[in-house]
Every structure is written in structure tokens, then in C-alpha cells.
Design a protein around this ligand. Structure first.
Ligand code: F6R
Length: 246
């Protein structure tokens, strides 16, 4: 069992810089191209902005990694702006010139979700490891789209999104109707293969679930509690996010 390293920052700008420092040190520690899981959402945006700026200012090693998608909506056509693959491409992957061959992504339009999820698991197995999993935290404790009820040893699979998650995601796209009902996600068991994990948390609305993540018994109702038993976990959050911790 590992004890997470907690890092509290002042604001979004400092958050971006501190997460970028952690990312940059982590990828430089791995000699052959590390596999890195990156999330979508609002939380990582200051970090992506900072990494892109550093890259453009000459820190060319910042694109020496292979991107592994954390999750993806199911049933969106190629090119749809809501695709997480498109979102990540806009915010970080294209600005860093990450080649398509270095992007392990889900096919949202697949008619064979089982086969598609097995393909992702196989890609991870072939690589042999996930070097770094950078993840966000849902207000209901979801990690990726592992909604409450997800087993600690769950594999990559199709998930029905909860109404709470769809409502939270409607902030991205404007309305609930614009949020797909299903998704594919790396499983908790899959994420446990990560050698290092970074959980990013911003805002008062995440304070309660962050506290529960670290203090409630490990359980399927709060998928994020798996982090209590995971080695090499770092949590970077702002003062608001840490405000309910004693
Ligand atoms: C995103 C993802 C989700 C988000 C979480 C927090 O790929 O898998 O678990 O990390 O819902 O989202 P934000 O950052 O928008 O609060």
C-alpha cells in the first residue's frame, strides 16, 4: 500500500506549472518512449497550456511520449468535435506534433465495443506497462468513466454514463442532449498497471470527493478509492480542493 504524495498549489496558473514540472520529470525518467494516459475535462487545461508553451519555447523533449486514451464517448462519428480524441488533439497532441502512430485511441464509431476494448487492452499488454497515468476526479468518484459500481479489477470496457456524469459533461458541450449515453473507458484494473499515477483536482466542488477518496474504505461505490492501495500516487490540487482534508 502506498501513501499518496499531496501537493497543494495556490491557483490554476501555479497548478499548470507544477503539473507540467511533474510530467516533464516523469517522462525524462523513462529511457524508451513512455506510455502516458491523459484525461480530457476542465481540470487538465492549465497543464496542457503550460506544456504547449514550454514546448514552443524550445523544450523539445516534451513530446517524447506515447499517448494512451483514458476514455472516449461511444457512437460519435469521425471528426466530431466532442470526441475526446479531438479534444486532446486540439489542446495538446497536435500542438506537440504527436504522431498518429503514437496515439492509442478508441474508435468511438465502432460496432464491436468488446473487440475495440480488447484491442486497447492488447496494445497495453504488448507495451508491457503504463508508465504514467494522469487522471482527473469525477464528483461521484469516477476515474476515467469508471462510474460507481466499477470493480477494482475491471478491464477496459463499455460503460453506461450516469445522469450525474452526463450533466457534468453537458458543461463541455452546452446541453445534456449533446452528451452521449455510453462510453468506453480503461478499467480500474487496467489503470492499476500504471507505474506512477497523478491525480489532478481543482475546485471546491471536488473537496468532498477528494476527502472521501482518501479516507473512506476502498469500495466499488467510490471507484477513486483504489488510489489508496496504489503505489507511487501523487495528488496535485488547489487550496479549494484540499479544503476538507484535516
Ligand atoms: C476525462 C475523464 C473524467 C474527468 C472527470 C473530471 O477524460 O475521464 O474522469 O477527468 O470527470 O472532469 P473535469 O476535469 O471536467 O472536472
Amino acid at each position: 500500500m502506498g501513501t499518496p504524495t499531496l501537493i497543494e498549489v495556490e491557483d490554476a496558473e501555479q497548478f499548470g506549472a507544477v503539473v507540467a514540472d511533474y510530467f516533464s520529470e516523469s517522462i525524462q525518467q523513462v529511457s524508451n518512449k513512455p506510455t502516458v494516459v491523459l484525461p480530457t475535462g476542465f481540470t487538465p487545461l492549465p497543464f496542457y497550456k503550460e506544456v504547449v508553451e514550454r514546448y514552443q519555447n524550445g523544450e523539445s523533449y516534451l513530446n517524447k511520449f506515447k499517448y494512451l486514451a483514458l476514455d472516449e464517448y461511444l457512437g460519435l462519428p469521425e471528426g466530431d468535435h466532442r470526441l475526446f480524441a479531438s479534444w486532446l488533439s486540439r489542446e495538446i497532441l497536435s500542438p506537440l506534433s504527436i504522431l498518429n502512430e503514437d496515439r492509442i485511441i478508441f474508435d468511438s464509431a465502432t460496432s464491436d465495443t468488446e473487440g475495440e476494448c480488447a484491442r486497447i487492452e492488447k496494445a497495453i499488454e504488448e507495451k508491457g506497462r503504463i508508465d504514467l497515468a494522469i487522471i482527473g476526479l469525477g464528483s461521484n468518484g469516477h476515474i476515467g468513466f469508471n462510474e460507481p459500481g466499477s470493480h477494482q479489477d475491471s478491464k477496459t470496457r463499455k460503460i453506461k454514463l450516469t445522469l450525474e456524469t452526463r450533466e457534468a459533461n453537458s458543461e463541455y458541450w452546452g446541453s445534456l442532449e449533446d452528451v452521449p449515453t455510453h462510453a468506453m473507458t480503461l478499467g480500474i484494473g487496467t489503470l492499476k498497471k500504471a507505474k506512477k499515477t497523478l491525480l489532478m483536482v481543482l475546485g471546491k466542488h471536488k473537496a468532498r470527493i477528494l476527502k472521501d477518496t482518501l479516507s473512506k474504505p476502498v469500495c466499488v461505490d467510490i471507484p477513486s478509492t483504489y488510489l489508496q492501495n496504489q503505489e507511487h500516487v501523487t495528488i496535485i490540487g488547489d487550496r479549494d480542493a484540499f479544503s476538507e482534508m484535516e
